[in-house]
Design a protein around this ligand. Structure first.
Ligand code: NAD
Length: 293
């Protein structure tokens, strides 16, 4: 296939490189001039979208995705499918689907989980939203970049699944960090706490796979001075998306709201550039009530 790939950043570059490695003709466009292995660099949106079987976007936010798609759609024909893999707000995702539908262009929102490591390994989880026809057309490419592809429903359903998953993750990581900091203040050995929790009812991905306590559990960013991994500011972005989605549909998400407030404070103070699990350091040095203020 001929694939136009727009946004060759930390995630987009390895994803585009995997498509090229699998034998597809990939044409990459990035505003900062970023490139990717095996990908032909192009300079304009026209060169990235004309004569393509598929156009993939992997961009920072909904505003940019809408702008890029608006320009792309001026030059796209109905045989091309658009796949947006960025994590963006539900309203922007729906707007992109509607703009595509008005030109009879099939579109899929397909945000990912798995981070840069998953993008490099081609093992991302894709959460896809769009019609069955659009999904069927996108699937072969998603399978090259990902290990697990779930068709979640109509347009926007992929973003909805991503937002809900990451709201759980943000809340659970805060819970785990609180507990490990409390344990330390109660003179509990973090290894013993891990041994108990990881095989008890408190077990979850944030403990068992990504334990925020250094030297405990499988290798995680905590063992590398909290170098991301998944940066605190990206967790904040996703939690804020969950809150704008919750406002849109009048959903009560009290813990999601608290988690967004916590990560906002963490990022504003010392957390920028650190992995989101470094919240443990915050709680270790905090006094009771500090995270409220
Ligand atoms: P990034 O900032 O590294 O890459 C974004 C790229 O888009 C940059 O290279 C930038 O130059 C380019 N860009 C910006 N505006 C553009 C435009 N108008 N035209 C062409 N290129 C443009 O970000 P990333 O880490 O690759 O993340 C991309 C998306 O994936 C985000 O929506 C993010 O939330 C999501 N995501 C990231 C991770 C992660 O671990 N990094 C994990 C899951 C999802």
């Amino acid at each position: 296939m001929r694939v136009g790939f727009i946004g060759l950043g930390n995630m987009g570059a390895p994803m585009a490189a995997n498509l090229a490695k699998a034998g597809h003709d990939v044409f990459g466009l990035d505003a900062a001039g970023a490139t990717a292995e095996g990908v032909k660099q192009v300079e304009t949106i026209i060169d990235a979208v004309v004569d393509m079987d598929c156009v993939i976007t992997m961009l920072p936010n909904g505003r940019i995705v809408k702008e890029v798609c608006e320009k792309a759609l001026e030059h796209m024909v109905s045989s091309t499918v658009l796949i947006d893999c960025s994590t963006i707000d539900i309203e922007s995702a729906r707007a992109v689907h509607a703009a595509c539908a008005s030109k009879e262009i099939l579109s899929v929102d397909a945000p990912v989980s798995g981070g840069v490591g998953g993008a490099q390994a081609g093992s991302l989880t894709f959460m896809a939203g769009g019609s069955q026809d659009a999904f069927d057309k996108a699937k072969a490419l998603l399978e090259i970049m990902g290990g697990k592809i779930v068709h979640c429903g109509e347009g926007g359903a992929g973003q909805a699944a991503k937002i809900c998953n990451n709201m759980i993750l943000g809340i659970s990581m805060i819970g785990v960090c609180e507990a490990f900091a409390l344990g330390e203040k109660l003179s509990l050995d973090p290894q013993k706490l891990f041994d108990v929790v990881s095989t008890s009812s408190g077990s979850c991905w944030s403990v068992n796979t990504y334990c925020p306590a250094p030297g405990v559990g499988p290798q995680s960013p905590a063992d590398n001075d909290y170098k991301p991994g998944f940066a605190a500011e990206l967790m904040l972005k996703d939690l804020l998306l969950s809150q704008s989605a919750a406002e849109l549909v009048d959903a009560d998400t009290p813990m999601g709201e608290r988690a967004a407030g916590f990560y906002q404070k963490f990022v504003d103070n010392d957390g920028t550039g650190k992995d989101f699990s470094a919240a443990l350091e915050f709680f270790k040095s905090a006094a009771r009530g500090d995270s409220n203020g």
